[in-house]
Design a protein around this ligand. Structure first.
Ligand code: PMP
Length: 381
């Protein structure tokens, strides 16, 4: 078997043995008591994770992109206009989905590295009437975190439905649906939630459900949330065979999250982000993301002069850590390191030591222990 490496790409994140053990259990009936129990518990836990008292959770086979599609198709009706806030790659994807389904939409974008500001949103809303506003909480290409709470305050005055793409945030960065006026959180299992890939996950507020119920037929069948609603209320019913093992593993992932405590988990993400960045900075790396919009779930890292992307990432992989390259215009200029989910401080230290070994292997003058000391300075502070 190939030697196991520490997976620090911006999703999927490493899946801990406790969750993998559940994934490996024998497949049970999709409408039997074990599945009914686990899906119901996963739904309840999911509502807690996004701070939603009375909305409707949905957990179906798929991935984040299907969640994006489902969110739009179930909330945008004929005659509606959508405003897509795009700070990068995944905001652009949201616009592409609008285009694919012929939804009337405008894109309010900003340069890569930051997010649209609440002031820019406010000005954008004055130009036209928008029924639905969509944002990306953390754009995984740029590492920029959007000010979702402030967007919610701006939108309070407009009555627009507010959709948040939490694929790179949910379970790692707060998304307080009720308090912030979010109507849909869409996400996926494989990043901050720490479960294996394979699920589309959404939570809709009562208002969003009301909107869906008021829409005429939506241009979807599998993606029609009203077909899934009876299953989420009573998983002993059948609509389409769910991925039993992934859902049971996801239920375990949500238990682990609530056992850790949400606020503790958010703080841990902040702490490890700071520690890893301190370690990387000690070796001369710098950061692509505008410092006013940092996400605690990944770092987009610029190379010091003379360090070549492909050689660095290949060397780092040989030293036991897998990171991702840049997307779009940043390709070749940065690497992206995910630090989300159920990471440990030992893994944070291991990652920085692997960077040190890699740089030394590339012939760079590194002072042994510098990165580790910087990490410890943060973790022990
Ligand atoms: N939105 C964001 C912010 C993402 O990071 C991703 C995946 N990297 C997606 C959507 C799409 O998710 P998936 O790859 O699971 O379809």
């Amino acid at each position: 078997m190939a030697q196991e490496k520490l997976l620090l790409i911006p999703g999927p994140s490493p899946v801990v043995p406790r969750i993998l053990d559940v994934l490996a259990r024998p497949t049970v009936s999709h409408v039997g008591p074990d599945m009914v129990h686990d899906l119901k518990e996963a739904c309840e836990n999911l509502k807690e994770i996004v701070f939603c008292e009375s909305g409707e959770p949905f957990i179906v086979s798929g991935a984040g992109t299907l969640s994006m599609e489902m969110a739009l198709l179930n909330t945008v009706g004929p005659g509606d206009r959508v405003l897509v806030l795009s700070q990068g790659y995944f905001g652009d994807r949201m616009a592409q989905i609008c285009k694919a389904f012929g939804l009337d939409h405008d894109v309010l974008e900003c340069e890569w590295g930051r997010a649209v500001t609440p002031g820019e949103l406010d000005r954008g809303l004055k130009t036209k009437n928008y029924n639905v506003v969509v944002c990306t909480h953390v754009d995984t290409a740029t590492g920029a975190c959007a000010p979702v709470e402030e967007y919610g305050q701006v939108l309070e005055r407009t009555g627009s439905l507010f959709i948040v793409d939490g694929v790179c945030a949910t379970g790692g960065i707060p998304e307080r649906m009720d308090a912030w006026g979010i109507d849909v959180v869409l996400t996926a299992a494989q990043k901050c939630l720490g479960a294996p890939p394979g699920l589309s996950i959404l939570v809709l507020s009562e208002l969003a459900m009301e909107k869906r119920r008021g829409l005429p037929a939506v241009p979807a069948y599998y993606s029609d949330l009203l077909r899934w609603l009876p299953i989420m209320h009573d998983p002993s019913k059948y609509f389409s065979t769910p991925c039993v093992n992934e859902i049971r593993a996801f239920a375990e992932a949500t238990r682990l999250i609530l056992e850790e405590g949400l606020e503790e988990r958010f703080e841990r993400h902040e702490l490890y982000a700071e520690a890893l960045r301190a370690g990387l900075a000690a070796f001369g790396f710098s950061f692509f993301t505008n410092p006013s919009f940092p996400a605690s779930t990944l770092s987009v890292v610029r190379y010091p002069d003379g360090v070549e992307d492909k050689a660095f990432r290949a060397g780092l992989s040989d030293n036991g850590v897998v990171v991702a390259g840049g997307l779009g215009p940043t390709a070749g200029r940065v690497f992206r390191m995910g630090h989300m989910g159920n990471l440990t401080s030992a893994q944070v230290r291991f990652a920085v030591e692997a960077v040190e070994r890699t740089l030394a292997g590339l012939g760079r003058a590194v002072k042994p222990g510098d990165g580790r000391d910087a990490v410890d300075g943060v973790l022990k502070a």
